[in-house]
Design a binder for this molecule. Structure first.
Ligand SMILES: [Zn+2]
Length: 260
C-alpha cells in the first residue's frame, strides 16, 4: 500500500501579510456600545428573527456577561438597554429582564473558556438547512472559515430553558465555533466580538449559497483542503477585525442613537 501524500497547507493569515494601517472605527466604544452595534448590524443583514436570540459577551477573567434583554428587537437596541447577568443567568445590572433561554449561553461560556462571545439566533438560510438536518457544503472560499469547525445538533427537543438542558447542548457542541441546531437555528462563538460577529454574518451567506447550489442539482467545484486551511487563517486573522470595524462605522452612521 502506498502512503497517502500529505499536501502541506498553503500558508495564510498574518504569516503571509499584515496591513500597515487599517481604517479605524473612529469612536472609542464602551463594551455596551460595541454590543449594541453588533445587534443592530446583525439585524441589518437579516441574521435576526425579530427579538429572538441573544449575544452574550463575557470579558476576560469575568463570569458575569453582557446580554440583550427580553422583549426588544435586535434592530432597536441601544447601549443602555444592555443588561448584565451572572454565571447562573440572574440579572445583576440593567433596566430590563432576561429570559431563561439565556442558559444556552451561560452553560456554553462555562464549558468553553475560549468562547468569550456567544451569538444565537434563527437566521433564515441556516434554519432552512437545519430543517433538513444538513450542514452547509463549503462551496466557496469564504466557507473555509468553517473548515473543521462545524457541528450539527441533529435533534430538536423543545425549548432550552434550564441549565441542565443547556449543559447537554454545550456537551454536544464540544469545541466547535459554529453549531447548527436542527429545527432551531445557530450558535456562533468567538474569542472576540469581532470574530463572533464575523462568523455569524458569514454562516448565513454560506448557507444561502449552499442551498442555492443544492437547488441546481449539480456538483460544485471542489476546493483543496490544503488551500482552505490557509484561507481560514486569513479570514480569522485578517478579515474579522476589519469586517467588524466597517460594520461599526456603518451602523453608527445609520443611527448614532445606538450609542446612547
Ligand atoms: Zn433560539
Amino acid at each position: 500500500m502506498t502512503e497517502p501524500v500529505q499536501v502541506p497547507s498553503r500558508p495564510g493569515g498574518s504569516a503571509v501579510w499584515s496591513p500597515s494601517v487599517v481604517p479605524p472605527i473612529g469612536v472609542e466604544l464602551t463594551d455596551t456600545q460595541a454590543l449594541a452595534i453588533a445587534f443592530r448590524h446583525l439585524a441589518d443583514i437579516g441574521f435576526a428573527e425579530n427579538m429572538a436570540g441573544h449575544i452574550t459577551w463575557q470579558a476576560d477573567g469575568q463570569t458575569e456577561m453582557l446580554v440583550n434583554p427580553w422583549g426588544l428587537w435586535w434592530a432597536e437596541l441601544t447601549a443602555s438597554d444592555i443588561c448584565t447577568v451572572d454565571a447562573d443567568a440572574r440579572v445583576v445590572r440593567g433596566r430590563w429582564d432576561v429570559t431563561p433561554a439565556i442558559h444556552i449561553h451561560t452553560e456554553l461560556h462555562r464549558a468553553r473558556p475560549d468562547a468569550r462571545v456567544v451569538v444565537h439566533n434563527h437566521p433564515y438560510y441556516v434554519s432552512l438547512l437545519a430543517s433538513l438536518q444538513l450542514l452547509p457544503e463549503l462551496v466557496h472560499q469564504t466557507g473555509a472559515l468553517f473548515l473543521d469547525d462545524l457541528c450539527l445538533v441533529d435533534t430538536y427537543d423543545g425549548e432550552i430553558d434550564s441549565a441542565a438542558r443547556a449543559r447537554e447542548l454545550a456537551e454536544r457542541i464540544g469545541g466547535a465555533n459554529l453549531a447548527i441546531l436542527a429545527s432551531h437555528g445557530v450558535i456562533a462563538t468567538g474569542r472576540t466580538l469581532a470574530e463572533a460577529v464575523y462568523r455569524s454574518a458569514t454562516i448565513e451567506r454560506v448557507c444561502k449559497m449552499a442551498y442555492h447550489v443544492l437547488l441546481t442539482g449539480r456538483t460544485p467545484a471542489p476546493m483543496k483542503r490544503s488551500d482552505m486551511a490557509g484561507m481560514q487563517a486569513s479570514l480569522i486573522e485578517r478579515a474579522a477585525d476589519v469586517y467588524w470595524a466597517g460594520a461599526a462605522r456603518m451602523t453608527i452612521k445609520a443611527d448614532r442613537r445606538v450609542l446612547e
